[in-house]
Unconditional design. Structure first.
Length: 365
């Protein structure tokens, strides 16, 4: 599955057969989630630079695939899909049927390299949807060009439009038969404006389909989850404590804020609350928290997917997550959701609701 931050964009294609960590942003630079002038331009440039050369932004440790196939895949299979690509294809196709538009147009918010969008288009086409277009909205011209080339190579160019733009200021140009956002919302600073635009641009019977990271801003751990990370950290061999992304040894896990540079996780904790103000959740699959630290790219490569100790460790961390999530002791860091603008039937994986995923602001910071 796609990365959960590292695992977020990474989760784009990450479950096998399918295919996370940082809240410190200058308060003086934020007004209703907006950053203006030189500060915003600098972060925008940093964000573009981070991703411009990343052709495979979904590369994840093997231990992530062990975890996702054993634990995440069954959550998805309860709803008739096995991986994120199938999830998007299934619900966008359903959305097209529901909207009743003969030649549906979809838009993907923050499409990146457009690799997921191309696979989703291929799945929908195989499932009988022939006349459709996916608009790929992306601010990074390098990634958008890679998407254009990939669509041509895969013989899917006729189904795509590539739009360069900042999704913080996006305004839809039509009523869409479905809107998708795959690991992009946690990069958005002005989420209120974006969600308002999505709501205005979504056909009344269509779906907004998303997969994203919803933990603490900057993909940090909240205190209650950080305590559990530190408890498990004591079990790690010294070699497992080396952060391969930041090139440093962490004797004790450091609760790094990924939003310091660029927009990584800049307002992740506000995604679900802002969605709840505007949409109805038809389907909601929430998962993970403590496990993110151990299966992401910073430390996950130290674990052997076929190692007995390694698997047992990951199994125990996952079990802790599931128990703590069910009791409300911690909140999830990831979601996959299908939303509508109208009241609808509600399907919640393992009984975890969108409301229960919002951390009580009265708890210690």
């Amino acid at each position: 599955m796609k990365y959960l931050g590292g695992i977020g964009r990474k989760m784009k294609g990450a479950i096998e057969g399918m295919t996370i960590p940082f809240e410190r942003i200058l308060n003086a630079a934020r007004s209703r989630g907006r950053m203006r002038g030189e500060a915003y331009a600098a972060k925008l440039a940093t964000e573009a630079d981070i991703f411009k050369d990343q052709e495979d932004i979904n590369a994840l440790p093997e231990i992530f695939h062990y975890w996702s196939n054993k634990y995440l895949r069954p959550m998805l299979e309860e709803f008739g899909v096995s991986n994120p690509d199938q999830f998007f294809a299934k619900y966008l196709h359903e959305s097209a049927r529901s909207s009743g538009i003969d030649a549906p147009v979809f838009v993907s918010i923050g499409a990146g390299n457009c690799d997921t969008e191309i696979r989703v288009a291929q799945l929908m086409k195989r499932d009988g949807l022939k006349l459709f277009t996916i608009e790929c909205l992306e601010m990074n011209s390098h990634m958008l060009e890679r998407g254009r080339q990939m669509a041509e190579q895969e013989g899917m160019a006729e189904h795509f439009e590539f739009v360069e733009g900042d999704f913080n200021n996006w305004k839809g140009k039509r009523l869409y038969a479905g809107i998708m956002a795959n690991q992009s919302l946690h990069h958005v600073l002005n989420i209120e404006s974006l969600f308002d635009a999505i709501k205005r641009s979504l056909h009344p019977r269509a779906y907004f389909v998303t997969s994203d990271m919803i933990g603490r801003n900057g993909h940090q751990r909240w205190p209650e989850a950080l305590a559990e990370v530190h408890r498990f950290w004591q079990e790690l061999p010294a070699g497992h404590r080396y952060n391969v992304q930041l090139n440093r040894h962490e004797e004790l896990y450091e609760n790094w804020d990924c939003s310091v540079e660029g927009f990584e996780g800049v307002r992740a904790q506000e995604i679900v609350p802002q969605l709840l103000k505007r949409f109805h959740f038809h389907l909601y699959i929430a998962f993970a928290n403590v496990i993110d630290v151990f299966i992401d790219r910073a430390f996950g490569h130290h674990f052997k997917a076929d190692g007995e100790w390694d698997r047992d460790f990951i199994d125990r961390v996952h079990a802790l997550d599931e128990q703590a999530l069910s009791k409300g002791k911690i909140t999830p860091t990831h979601m996959m959701a299908v939303l509508t603008t109208q009241p609808c039937a509600r399907l919640y994986s393992r009984g975890l609701t969108p409301g229960s995923s919002v951390r009580n602001p009265s708890r210690a910071q």
